[in-house]
Write a protein that binds this ligand. Structure first.
Ligand SMILES: CC(C)(COP(=O)(O)OP(=O)(O)OC[C@H]1O[C@@H](n2cnc3c(N)ncnc32)[C@H](O)[C@@H]1OP(=O)(O)O)[C@@H](O)C(=O)NCCC(=O)NCCS
Length: 204
């Protein structure tokens, strides 16, 4: 059965921020993602070793994880990466919901909580990136005001938190020059992280 093709009954689990000692729960959640979801979430990286190192890095670099629980198990997560990890100081965000829990509003709940958390920390904007073919994430991000632009197989965009008293559907827009800059920065941050995780030395 394809669980995420249509809207299902609303999710009934709970959402809260993970403490640092709970971060192995993030790892276990990410390891449960199927291959396609891993591909979508990690821009093509799919092996267990990568995911374990990624989760360890989140536990040590100040990433905030907002988790969706069902019966004590994390089935969805929103990641708020600290601005220091980004070359231009714009915090990056990412989402993952296990397939059986999709189309029940979990991604939307996590997005809303993440925006509140980012506002409480005084952040002004957030950056999100996803595959250009990732319709679910593109639609979700656009609902929360992300202005996504497309290039080289990726969609990237910023969310202006000043506009977020009330999240409202905002149509995606295209701004080529800003997009090129954002993508360059994004790719730098992403590959920097990957290089560090694999111990391949310093990225630009
Ligand atoms: C993207 C993702 C987080 C969405 O999670 P979710 O819990 O299903 O999201 P929601 O139920 O809150 O859906 C919100 C909206 O997104 C859109 N959407 C979600 N899944 C969709 C799909 N498969 N196709 C089209 N639109 C979709 C819909 O507009 C939906 O609202 P609706 O159900 O009222 O129509 C989930 O699909 C996922 O984890 N994918 C794999 C990992 C990934 O791609 N991460 C992105 C990289 S940052």
């Amino acid at each position: 059965m394809n669980y995420d093709s249509t809207r299902s009954a609303p999710a009934k689990g709970t959402v809260r921020t993970l403490s640092q000692s709970e971060l192995p729960l993030l790892r276990d959640h990410l390891l449960r993602l199927d291959r396609t979801s891993r591909y979508d979430r990690f821009h093509g990286f799919m092996d267990d070793g990568f995911i374990k190192r990624y989760a360890e890095k989140c536990a040590s670099d100040g990433t905030v994880i907002i988790a969706y629980f069902e019966n004590g198990t994390v089935r969805g997560a929103a990641e708020l990466h600290p601005p220091e990890q980004s070359p231009d100081g714009e915090p990056e965000i990412a989402f993952s919901v296990e397939r059986a829990a999709r189309r029940k509003g979990v991604g939307s709940i996590l997005f809303r909580k993440l925006i509140a958390e980012a506002q409480a920390r005084g952040y002004r904007s957030l950056r999100i990136t996803t595959g250009a073919q990732n319709e679910a994430m593109r639609t979700l991000a656009s609902k929360f005001g992300a202005k996504l632009t497309f290039r080289h197989g990726e969609s990237t965009g910023s969310i202006d938190l000043a506009r977020h008293g009330q999240p409202e559907p905002v149509p995606a827009a295209v701004a080529p020059l800003e997009a090129a800059r954002a993508i360059a920065n994004l790719n730098r941050a992403y590959w920097q992280m990957v290089f560090k995780m694999y111990g391949w030395g310093r990225a630009a």
